[in-house]
Design a protein around this ligand. Sequence first.
Ligand SMILES: CC(C)(COP(=O)(O)OP(=O)(O)OC[C@H]1O[C@@H](n2cnc3c(N)ncnc32)[C@H](O)[C@@H]1OP(=O)(O)O)[C@@H](O)C(=O)NCCC(=O)NCCS
Length: 182
Amino acid sequence: MPLILETERLLLKQASTKFAALTQEFHLRNREHLDGWGPDYGEDFFTLEGQYRRLRTVMQATRAAHRLELWLFKKEEKVVIGKVNFFDIRRAALQSCVLGYQMAAEETNKGYITEALAEAIRHMFEVQKLHRIEANIMPGNARSLRVVEKLGFQPEGIRKKYLKINGVWEDHIPMVLINDGV
Ligand SMILES: CC(C)(COP(=O)(O)OP(=O)(O)OC[C@H]1O[C@@H](n2cnc3c(N)ncnc32)[C@H](O)[C@@H]1OP(=O)(O)O)[C@@H](O)C(=O)NCCC(=O)NCCS
């Protein structure tokens, strides 16, 4: 059964190829808003086929226990408003993963991503028993830094020229949350 998590206002649904039209619509609608804060997407990414192929790859990675991607829906609506993405899940002595997230432009500053992350992180810590979650954030992304600060993440220095964003290798701050319960 695909995972569905619930918060006061949202449903967080595990990525599926059946969402391809919805995720394409989300990325087309928010192309400008998301541009410059994550990896550079090629044109194929914005096609229905590109989204279908991407979601198929995500589903394979989830079956292999390397990734969990959750798409965010308001309870009363069928429109996707955002995404929370746990990837590079490592087991053995690490028990860690990397976190990414995005919120639709018209829904920002309403607390939605913080609400979704609080529940998704609870799942990763309490159910999946991870020990460490890391979000890498550009120093200039004040909104994103504020989101993880609210959730208790702590900075661990700086990763120099860590990710290529719009053709430039940008520094990132690794913001980390530790689960002391495992
Ligand atoms: C970062 C992002 C996910 C935040 O989503 P959101 O739904 O607006 O987040 P929330 O409403 O839960 O919280 C936003 C917080 O940032 C604060 N904020 C907003 N604009 C800000 C700014 N320019 N500087 C500092 N803080 C700011 C808000 O006041 C709020 O904090 P508060 O609750 O203490 O008032 C969204 O802006 C986004 O998708 N950005 C583009 C993609 C991106 O940057 N992803 C993360 C990559 S690391």
